[in-house]
Design a protein. Structure first.
Length: 236
């Protein structure tokens, strides 16, 4: 079945050009130039990828991405007319997976789309090989620990604990792969993204922060276990 792509851009000529070229690659494409409609379309068609312009009338791309990220993990490629570093940083912080500044070549955009969808397929393949925790109503529970995907909250002993966005994403990734050994490289790719500039120590630091928040004794963890020479394993 052809993969579905949602294109959100209020520049009609670009919207049509993107749709034409993506359809030539065999993708099913839906388009809109309205932020509110984009959110409804994403919920309705559940696309495999969203191409999202930053500058939109009404809700901008950052806010749309922030709203959708609370509900789904669909990869988002953000477009902008500016190449400001702050736009890139904000876009990645609200949950975008990749970033492309206008003007861009269609060849580069298609290459990025293919790479992002290829990672999604690999995710599905690796996840399908082993059972994963499927949250009911957006909630995963592990004894006194609860992860609310919809509200983006981590609740321990009925109290909401503070966390950073990446800490939440990391714990969610662990929880969704309970009992599986996850390498630092895999964690970096799935949680931080393939173009993250950094090393595996980033994972270790975030794991230490998580342990300090969810373990009774962070020096002797029972939830996030270190597997020597391999990575980490989450035990619910």
């Amino acid at each position: 079945m052809a993969e579905k792509i949602l294109v959100v851009d209020d520049e009609i000529s670009l919207q049509e050009t993107l749709a034409y070229n993506l359809k030539k690659q065999g993708y099913n494409v839906e388009t809109t130039g309205d932020g509110s409609e984009a959110i409804e379309l994403a919920r309705e068609i559940e696309p495999d990828l969203i191409i999202l312009d930053v500058m939109l009338p009404g809700l901008d791309g950052f806010e749309i991405c922030r709203i959708l990220r609370r509900e789904m993990t669909t990869p988002v490629l953000m477009l902008t007319a500016r190449d400001d570093e702050i736009d890139r940083v904000v876009g990645l912080e609200v949950g975008a997976d990749d970033y492309l500044a206008k003007p861009f070549s269609m060849r580069e955009l298609i290459a990025r789309v293919k790479a992002m969808l290829r990672r999604v397929r690999l995710d599905h393949e690796s996840i399908s090989q082993k059972e994963t925790v499927k949250p009911k109503s957006g909630i995963m529970e592990f004894d006194n620990l609860r992860i609310d995907m919809t509200r983006r909250e981590i609740i321990l002993n009925d109290a909401v604990i503070p966390f950073k966005p990446k800490e939440f994403e990391l714990l969610t990734f662990f929880a969704q792969h309970q009992g599986q050994v996850l390498s630092r490289e895999l964690i970096l790719e799935r949680v931080w993204g393939w173009d993250f500039i950094g090393d595996s120590r980033t994972v270790d630091v975030h794991v230490r922060w998580l342990r300090e928040k969810i373990e009774d004794d962070s020096a002797n963890p029972v939830r996030i276990i270190t597997v020597r020479g391999a990575g980490y394993r989450f035990e619910g």
